[in-house]
Design a protein around this ligand. Structure first.
Ligand SMILES: [Zn+2]
Ligand SMILES: [Zn+2]
Ligand SMILES: [Zn+2]
Length: 277
């Protein structure tokens, strides 16, 4: 099985809508500097499956990335995906579902895995309730800390602290030959989550900001800054990749910060990165 990073950007990606900072300008000019909205694929060509975690607003480009893989999916659907695992209800993580309705692919019973609070949010709100009613998507409820299987892969939803004004937030632990943890969005690290990171082989985690001073409204959208996460986890044996990277993050352009991360044994994710697990 392999994991492909389909989007390593914060919810709105890079370039950000309406932003003309040097990072966003450069990303408009050169495709290789872009970061799509957060999403990863868990796929196995031989076994005929491909699941996404997070349904970003850039899903149509992310499906194109998967198309190149030429996977024959066992489930009969219009897109090369077997199902979607949701983490939470913010823009970058669930708005891609809208593409499964009438105005786009009109999928049939695409399995969508989520917690009960997230399920209730989807049931209560347009356009998601329409997708359910029209059987474009089919909700499969999962429970924090309780394992479930998709095409034989064991997944465990892990509760993480994040501003939960709408529903709750989870990351996922994926158990294959290697154990992988994916936490795209978190406000701060708790001892429990740090322990989860320490207990896997690979962790793909929130690296939205490098420092807490780079965005004036940081206190309204808190994330653990990379420089603090490194201090907390520098002795961890886990291979750690930062994702969900904001356009303000200096690792997009600054060699010094990039070098520091690398020197400490950490990695930054990029769109298209493939990890064999
Ligand atoms: Zn996010
Ligand atoms: Zn920008
Ligand atoms: Zn969020």
């Amino acid at each position: 099985m392999k994991i492909q990073i389909l989007g390593s950007g914060q919810d709105a990606g890079i370039p950000q809508i309406g932003c003309y900072c040097p990072t966003c300008k450069r990303a408009r000019r050169y495709k290789r500097y872009r970061r799509l909205g957060p999403s990863i694929a868990l796929l196995d060509k031989g076994k005929g499956y491909c699941y996404l975690i997070d349904a970003s607003p850039d899903i149509k480009y992310q499906i194109d990335m998967l198309k190149k893989e030429d996977i024959t999916i066992k489930r009969k659907g219009k897109l090369p995906i077997s199902g979607i695992l949701l983490t939470h209800a913010h823009l970058g993580h669930c708005s891609g579902l809208w593409y499964f309705g009438r105005e786009a692919t009109e999928e049939r019973n695409l399995p969508v895995f989520c917690t009960s609070k997230m399920r209730q949010f989807l049931i209560d709100n347009y356009p998601f309730n329409l997708l359910i009613r029209r059987k474009n998507i089919k909700i499969k409820e999962v429970f924090q800390g309780k394992a479930f299987k998709i095409s034989g892969i064991k997944c465990i939803p892990i509760e993480v602290p994040h501003r939960n004004e709408i529903a709750d937030t989870v990351g996922y632990r994926i158990q294959s030959q290697k154990n992988v943890l994916y936490i795209s969005d978190v406000d701060y690290w708790t001892d429990k989550v740090i322990e989860e990171i320490d207990n896997v082989d690979i962790a793909i985690i929130d690296g939205t900001f490098y420092s807490k001073y780079e965005l004036p409204r940081f206190r309204y959208v808190p994330h653990p800054p990379i420089e603090e996460t490194i201090k907390l986890l520098e002795h961890s044996k886990t291979k750690i990749y930062f994702t969900h990277i904001n356009h303000s993050n200096p690792i997009n352009w600054n060699r010094k910060e990039k070098k520091y991360i690398k020197g400490k044994g950490f990695h930054s994710a990029f769109d298209g990165l493939v990890l064999n697990i």
